[in-house]
Write a protein that binds this ligand. Sequence first.
Ligand code: AKG
Ligand code: FE2
Length: 297
Amino acid sequence: MATKIIELVNNGTFSVEKKYGMTYDEFAKDHLFAGVPVVIGDACDGWAAKDKFTPDFFKSEYGSRKVKVQDQEYRLDEFIELMERSTIDNPAPYPCKLQIDREYPELLPDISPRFKFAMPDWSHNTLIKPFTAGADTYEIFLGSPGGQFPYVHYDYMGLHAFITQLYGKKEFTVIPPDQTPYVYPKENNTWVSEVPDIKNVDLEKYPLCANITPVTFTVGPGETLFIPNGWWHTAHSLTITLSVAQDSLNASNWKRFKNEANTAVAKRSSIIAKMSNIYLSVVGSILGANKSKYKNS
Ligand SMILES: O=C(O)CCC(=O)C(=O)O
Ligand SMILES: [Fe+2]
């Protein structure tokens, strides 16, 4: 069956498409190694979570669990009730994140099998773990109307992101990596932009933002947004939402991962950074980082 392609948005500089029936080969060439975002319409078709993961399910099954949202602790059922009362003008705090692998491991089978598109994934490999242990790589996001992700960023350590919308609609805004000089990366957290609201920029304060060409589009239930490493992004919920976010690391983003891992280590010690560079070169060749049949474009 041929891949079905729908153009979601096109600003003349780049477009974002939604695709169904994509083969791994197409995804690898046109998105993973090309560094092009895409909404995959059917990646989670085999997941039990598709019907099971609703705000009501979490309220009834896990209501007494504690969650911390924007530094405040809530019972999960109370937080979901707050989400239900949320309005665009007075949104509940966001993001409310549940760590699936650490806190809800019994739910992992519901989000299995891992998509072919997110494979291979080295971010959980024991050789890599020392570098990614601090990254949250398997999360549920609960949002409500008006809930806005607090900053524009690209994902830590050069990891790719797969965000699967299982309930409700979320609007994403993305900006390509080559526009990084115009988004005012923070000096100490270079993956976070200083600009508070990328869709309503104060051009007097941030004049370089006049050069950015963001696109905004909506992701709905059953759809997975692939955000390649280095793409700046942010999101806000249009309705009550539940999404599952996963990261991936493989030959396509190895170079970027290695650079970012070395930079993070170099902040602590230049000698350890040299050792980490050698270590990651060896690990890269063990994992086959330079042997992929696909090439970055
Ligand atoms: O779904 C969202 O709100 C965006 C999440 C995100 O980009 C992240 O956690 O890195
Ligand atoms: Fe992100």
